[in-house]
Design a protein around this ligand. Structure first.
Ligand code: SF4
Length: 1010
């Protein structure tokens, strides 16, 4: 090594003084002593302790040496960490089945009425991985974090596994006998309560059942229902319609409290469409980039992706919508109101209106299921005035089958009947109304009064506890069903027999109604066969046409490909909407407001027992294993409670307690709390985790409630958050996240590159040539990534990554191979937020490799930074030397106490690591190897571009991750890396990461940017 090189290394310019400051937490922004200590340590205080509470000091060099000696000793003693147990082959094989090979099946799932097509990977009859179905219009090959995590629910040992009668064990036979003995007559007193029904065969069964029992009623209720949208559309058009948005066609989008990139939609479609308007493949795309404005209370993922964001209380959004509609000329005669924060609000409003008008038919105004019906009507009217109705948004008429009593009003009516003794038999098809129903309905108390209450449920939850009968429900991966999205239907086919003997909603309805088909398969298949003509074009000679179509539908995952639903030609009634606006109650000024949102992890509580979701950091708060009362800094000062301090929140005689977390950018005088926590009747994982805000939610305040009283209790609570993970001294002032405005980029395409200065660098090690064969690399587009976490869960599922629990996360021992870093930019009150996925960078000059004393981490000829697990002795030198802190150490045998059934979720192509080894992203090396073997079997030498997809890439709804051979100049990844936006993080350290980023381009309105 020459001294010249040392000089050049010393002169590295580490930061750009003029660039924006990115910060992850308020401690970092204030540069508190605690934060200084944190970054100097690089790891959380207890992360370095080898063991808990046994007196061993993790900082002691002697302890490390003792442990290493013990490791070597054990290695010599046993030469293997696993006990030897003999297995014997089964001499009989299953036809058309090769043990060890993976098989893919199409199926479909739904959440809160939103349908997603899936492809499920199975190994030896076990579903092990969920992907999106590329043929399904709502999925287009991607899957959300929740959809992927639903796999773990299948193997939940705390699932409902026995029929209960009055809390005592019973059987399906006894229930069948009971059901037959029910004398339901004309259905008087018979009520069905289900979640949103999207199954055509169940809709048909429902119609037949209600025909047989004409006095019976069927109510649909979801904790997060889109009823307000339907009511608003009916107000606008005089009949119920479903809006269909085309974000890909929109140039200017105004989101009125809309979190379309996060909680409002549970399919990948909006992200797919929106991100296509942010993707820059060629220069002309710069002109086409969309612009997003967000108006909201809590900092949502949509707000984080917005070019401009205006924070206001949720209840104030209605007036803002009225003002925008008025300024657009949609409702003449009303005055634009400037209430509070006039300058910023008025400026924002004027700029938005001008931009929307300029975009015309390419504009899109969208709101949220949390906003009242009038805001939905106004949004539709604004789109009509702009000319975008029919272009960026269409409305589709709701079919007769879908028109049932639904939503909170329908549930209220049902609760009234229950209370009044008009319900004798209540059949609950899934869900957990005793936990999710508004508190004022006292659903659990009313349920206990009913003579015959039957609950079909996935777990023995709060509703099961007060029902006379509880029946285990089958998971969607173990049952037949179907679902329709628009006009595209899919068959839900099982991959595994019901593990705990569960049955489906359709089977229960068929049993109670005496339907001729009682098996889910027959109900679904006979329904679809009845829909198809005897002969179809798909039919082959000698094979019944409908049977052929059935098989094709199962194979493809969609029944009717290519069917496009055309929007209805309807006109919104401006006069009617103006009259409704005038009749709207005025928002309550002053006081503190509480807002309720679904949890990004628990949804409405149904994922409470899912360890993957409990430990998947919330995209914005970075909280795991719990929720919090989110407030702005100003509100925290007003209520005299800061981070981790407990407060009592009371409203209308009800009171809850929750711990405060200051959320930069949150609206003032407002508290947001995610629902779905504080479960009392669920499995071991989710019981009593977080705070249940449900008692404050009532029928008149499902989303926002004003006039709450807040009192600090004086107690403290420890939040488990990952927001400062990976922050190290050397990352503080370096441009690890890069973004520029489109205008700046157009005038200076080198703007990204110029953010860091890279001197001539020379490695002290001999240069290795990576110019031969496949050389794997990755590019992550920060311009399209929305921070949705789908890649985090995909990686966990694919690579058997363990769940470590709240206490271990607090100690900094979470194991995710992709860390989602969220940074804020700007002030605490008005920050922007950005997200950056951070897997192992697969550095060519990997700092981790040089320090490993046993060469457990080495480089492969194809450029992968490999981990040899059975060589690792756990010194963790590599982690200390990793500048990105993306290596994760198994401090404990995290899989050891997993229930046996959990091992069924493991991917057999990947090891299940034991205690004492370092692990990290491998670019899904198992997928690389599998494809290479397939290519070899096919007699090919070359692997096609796109043939290998890493798990994170495959699931990403934004197509933000591209993996491939960087030695192939025509590969997608090579082309992306040639873009001026491409940059390597910490390139000035000469580590040569194989994973690089495409800088984010923002598209701000110059009028607001000034
Ligand atoms: S990269 Fe990950 S977080 Fe970003 S959009 Fe894709 S899946 Fe979501």
């Amino acid at each position: 090594m020459s001294f010249d090189n040392v000089t050049s290394l010393v002169s590295i310019k580490t930061h750009v003084p003029s660039g924006p400051k990115y910060w992850r937490s308020l401690d970092q922004l204030a540069n508190t002593p605690q934060f200084r200590e944190f970054v100097e340590r690089e790891f959380p205080t207890e992360a370095s302790s080898m063991f808990d509470g046994n007196g061993l000091d993790g900082n002691s060099r002697r302890t490390v040496l003792k442990m290493m000696a013990a490791s070597f000793g054990l290695a010599g003693l046993t030469a293997c960490r696993r006990p030897i147990e003999h297995i014997f082959p089964n001499s009989k094989g299953v036809e058309n089945y090769s043990p060890g090979e993976k098989y893919l099946y199409s199926t479909v799932t739904s959440l809160a009425g939103q349908v997603a097509g899936l492809v499920v990977e199975t190994h030896d009859g076990r579903p092990t991985k969920i992907e999106g179905n590329p043929l399904h219009p709502n999925s287009l090959g991607a899957a959300t974090a929740l959809a992927q995590a639903s796999l773990l629910n299948l193997y939940d040992p705390d699932r409902s596994w026995k029929v209960l009668q009055g809390g005592n064990e019973s059987s399906w036979e006894k229930f069948e006998a009971f059901a037959k003995s029910l004398n339901l007559g004309d259905g008087t007193g018979l009520r069905f309560l289900s979640e949103s029904v999207v199954s055509p065969s169940l809709m048909a069964l429902r119609a037949a059942t209600l025909k047989k029992f004409p006095k019976a009623k069927w109510v649909e209720y979801e904790s997060f229902q889109r009823t307000e949208g339907r009511v608003g559309a009916t107000l606008a058009f005089g009949e119920p319609v479903t809006p269909q948005t085309h974000f890909d066609k929109a140039k200017v989008i105004l989101g009125l409290d809309s979190d379309f990139l996060g909680l409002d939609w549970q399919t990948p479609l909006p992200t797919k469409q929106y991100s296509s308007g942010r993707r820059i493949a060629a220069e002309e795309d710069l002109e086409k980039m969309n612009r997003l404005y967000a108006v909201e209370s809590q900092f949502s993922m949509t707000g984080a992706n917005a070019d401009h964001r205006l924070r206001m209380r949720g209840s104030a959004v209605k007036q803002f919508a009225i003002d925008v509609a008025t300024a657009l000329g949609a409702i003449p005669g009303l005055n634009v109101v400037n209430n509070g924060a006039a300058d910023r609000r008025a400026k924002f409003l004027a700029a938005v209106v001008k931009d929307l008008k300029a975009a015309g038919k390419d504009a899109l105004v969208i709101t949220s299921p949390r906003q009242p019906a009038i805001v939905h009507a106004l949004a539709l009217l604004m789109n009509q005035v702009l000319g975008s109705l029919g272009n960026t948004i269409e409305v589709v008429k709701v079919s007769v089958e879908e028109r049932v009593e639904s939503g909170v009003d329908a549930l209220k009516a049902l609760a009234g009947e229950m209370s009044g003794g008009q319900v004798s038999t209540l059949v609950m098809l899934g869900g957990n109304p005793a936990y999710t129903a508004p508190a004022d309905l006292q659903f659990a108390g009313n349920l206990a009064k009913i003579a015959t209450s039957i609950h079909l449920g996935y777990d023995p939850n709060e509703t099961a506890a007060v029902s006379k009968w509880h029946l285990p429900e089958a998971h969607y991966l173990e049952s037949w069903g179907d679902a329709v999205a628009g006009v595209v239907a899919s068959i839900q086919q099982p991959m595994i027999e019901p593990i705990f003997g569960g049955r489906t909603a359709s089977e229960l309805v068929a049993l109670i109604s005496g339907n001729k088909d009682v098996k889910a398969h027959d109900i679904v298949k006979n329904y679809w066969l009845s829909q198809w003509p005897e002969k179809s074009a798909a039919g082959k000679a000698g094979e019944p046409a409908r049977e052929q179509l059935w098989r094709k539908s199962l194979h493809d995952g969609i029944v009717n490909p290519g069917t496009a639903q055309s929007g209805a030609k309807l006109t919104a009634d401006a006069k009617k909407i103006a009259a409704a606006v005038a009749a709207e109650p005025k928002p309550v000024a002053g006081g503190i407001e509480i807002g309720f949102v679904p949890s990004s992890q628990m949804w409405d509580g149904r994922y409470a027992n899912n360890g993957w979701m409990q430990e998947c950091p919330d995209p914005m708060t970075k909280l795991v294993w719990g929720n919090a009362a989110l407030v702005s800094g100003a509100t925290a000062a007003k209520i005299k409670a800061g981070d981790g301090q407990m407060i009592a929140i009371s409203r209308g005689g009800m009171k809850i307690q929750a711990a405060v977390l200051i959320q930069p950018g949150h609206a003032d005088d407002s508290i947001t709390i995610a629902l779905g926590y504080g479960r009392t009747h669920c499995g071991r994982v989710g019981k009593d985790v977080g705070f249940d805000a449900g008692p404050l939610r009532t029928t008149d305040a499902m989303w926002y409630a004003s006039g709450v009283e807040v009192t600090p209790t004086g107690e403290r609570y420890v939040h488990s958050t990952t927001q400062e993970r990976g922050l190290a001294e050397h990352l503080q002032e370096r441009p690890v996240f890069r973004e520029v405005n489109v205008a700046e980029y157009k005038s200076n395409p080198k703007a990204i590159e110029e953010m860091s200065e890279i001197p001539a660098l020379h490695s002290v090690y001999p240069e290795i040539s990576y110019t031969q064969g496949n050389q794997w690399g990755m590019a992550i587009d920060l311009g399209t990534c929305t921070g949705c976490n789908a890649c985090v869960v995909a990686c966990q599922a694919e690579n058997n990554t363990p769940v470590v629990g709240k206490e271990q996360v607090i100690k900094g021992r979470e194991m995710h191979w992709i860390r989602m870093d969220r940074y804020y930019v700007g002030s605490e009150d008005e920050p922007r937020a950005v997200e950056q996925p951070l897997p192992c960078m697969q550095c060519e000059n990997a700092p981790c490799e040089n320090v490993c004393p046993v060469a457990a981490t080495t480089h492969s000829p194809e450029g992968l930074n490999d981990m040899v697990y059975n060589r690792c002795v756990g010194t963790r030198y590599c982690s200390n030397n990793c500048p990105f802190k993306v290596r994760h150490f198994n401090f404990l045998n995290f899989h050891k106490n997993d229930p046996d059934i959990h091992s069924m979720v493991h991917n057999p192509d990947v090891t299940v690591r034991m205690r004492g080894v370092m692990e990290k992203c491998t670019y899904c090396v198992q997928r690389i190897q599998e494809t290479k073997i397939t290519a070899k079997v096919d007699g090919r030498r070359e692997i096609k571009d796109g043939e290998i997809k890493t798990a994170c890439q495959q699931t990403c709804p934004a197509d933000a991750i591209v993996f491939g051979n960087i030695n192939d100049p025509e590969s997608r990844v090579s082309k992306l890396k040639k873009q001026e936006r491409n940059y390597a993080m910490l390139a000035e350290l000469d580590i040569r990461p194989r994973t690089t980023y495409l800088a984010r381009l923002r598209n701000p309105n110059p009028e607001l940017e000034a």
